[in-house]
Design a protein around this ligand. Sequence first.
Ligand SMILES: Nc1ncnc2c1ncn2[C@@H]1O[C@H](COP(=O)(O)OP(=O)(O)OP(=O)(O)O)[C@@H](O)[C@H]1O
Length: 628
Amino acid sequence: MSTSVQEPEQFTFRAEITQLLHLLAHSLYQSREIALRELISNASDALDKMRFVALTNEAYRDAAEGLKITLEGRDDSRDLVVRDNGIGMTHDELVENLGTIARSGSLEFLKSLGEARDKADLSLIGQFGVGFYSSFMLADHVTVRTRSYRDDHGWEWRSDGTGRFEIRPIDKQDRGTEVILHLKEDVKDLTKDYRLKGVVRTYSRFIPHPITIGEEVVNDVRPIWVEPKAQVTNEQHAQFYQHLAHRADEKPLWHLHLAVDSPIQFRSVLYCPRTNLERLGFGRTEHGLNLLARRVLVQSDCRELLPDFLRFLYGLVDSEDLPLNVSRETLQDNTVIRRIRNALVKAVFDRLEKLATDDPDAFRTFGEQFGPILKEGVIADVEHRERIASLLRFASSRDESGKETTSLKDYLSRMQADQKAIYYLGGPDLSAIRKSPNLEIFRRRGVEVLFLTDPIDEFVMASLGRFDGKDLKSIDAADVDLPSPKIETPPAESGLAGFSRVLELFRSALGDRVTEVRESKRLTDAPCCLVNAAGGFSTQMQRILRQANRDFPAVGRILEVNPDAPLIRRLAELSANPANDSFISTCGLQLWSNALALEGSLADPEEMVPRVQEFMEQAAAARSSIIQ
Ligand SMILES: Nc1ncnc2c1ncn2[C@@H]1O[C@H](COP(=O)(O)OP(=O)(O)OP(=O)(O)O)[C@@H](O)[C@H]1O
């Protein structure tokens, strides 16, 4: 059948794709040849899919042989061809895949580039499922000639990347796809074999199918995960990681190479990136691991292989114990997958614990980047909660500058013999936490308190509840169980004449602003502090909940008053004369405002301004006798 005489059909790209193409076409990004990596990677995927069809469908059995990618530069026409004999595309697949299907990825990519688009790092493009379009960084127009393994003729797609593309039927003898880039003048040397070899060596060395240039196979087809661990160099791992993660020039932060024989046989390589894209506002990481059965890719982006809190890892799993025809549905309750997943999780935990001791700098970077995802894990993943928690690091009163952090295990090892709980205090930042009067008694008695500055930490502690058999307790809780004193403090002079009168006056002045006013057993210097009812939310948790929902109801607090503080002693003396009642009551109100201000939760500061003014006037009046 001769099909080439037909009029081509005209199509318009989706709006976000047109936008993306415009950006790519004008990009001055230095490593524009990464576009070739994307095309080679697409060709490799098409070969994987073909091999899978061949191995699972008798009718296509022969197609498993001779799968390859060919790169061909044509000097005279300035064309560069990336050819594969993979699965190919039908008419509808071509229209959808290369132009009309919605790609949330391209929008996300554009958003992630923000304002500074001209100087943007475009090397991340592959992660957004918009790899093919990067061709327009190199080419002023692109032709795709393809024939699906299910069709008896082919289709040609053409575009100059300015908003429209056209498709027409063509005669094409062989199965597969040919992407022809008509190169821009300034990259025309990419038609040269030596340049192409350089690109393959840099970006596509680990493609598991032969890549030929002329007669020569230029890549390293032998899969590294089946090699003995000791024989694979860090450099090889770095290159394989770059291939999997589409991250040019980046070395993984750490890697894991596993060979497991029982109860399930599998091999795996896992890589941890150096940066967490989720923290940069790129949306939730959705990639998974590649799942292979006897070296054949059965599923890319398989999310069942790792729990959610390890979703940032790249890698693959290759097992002899899996059938080729394992489908997405059966993966979910597949025992083999479950066992592999358990083994992977355990190996990752072991690896991270080793990293913490062997390479503290790398472990710190890991915590900074992926700590937030692990913390989500403590909250959501009951099964792994405690083991994840043991990887977290917190600032603590042991080094109040916050430079040296501690794990929960190390905290436990330093705990005093009779200490009942692991203590923590949350706050907006370290300096606010350090000022809290609640810390006084802990400092004085040498009991370590964890300082939590990340809002999610409060949820982490609440979800965890206990660690290694010890309760986790916020020290601003009314019922916090203080360890017995190391240094004998003089018995509180609770019997102090007038102290109970002061409490009484405070109580009536504060009304329902607090649920209780009582003597404090925890304060040594400050006159008072606020604590939370037993079993209630910590102060920091209340602040977070209020930020999330302004209607969050006010929680009753308890004002604790220190009978030993000089100011309180003086007020107790003054209380002997009822003429001082009003002054003492105003002091009560002001002390309450001060306590709120110290913890950063004073809702209406204007309420206390007239009071402070009045105090200043009284103080000024009292000084009038010393004018001379
Ligand atoms: N050589 C090819 N053979 C068959 N199908 C292809 C080929 N190249 C692209 N496609 C199809 O076009 C789709 C879009 O390709 P594109 O590179 O834009 O994104 P992707 O491959 O899905 O994502 P990523 O680039 O992140 O891997 C592919 O998913 C695939 O279905």
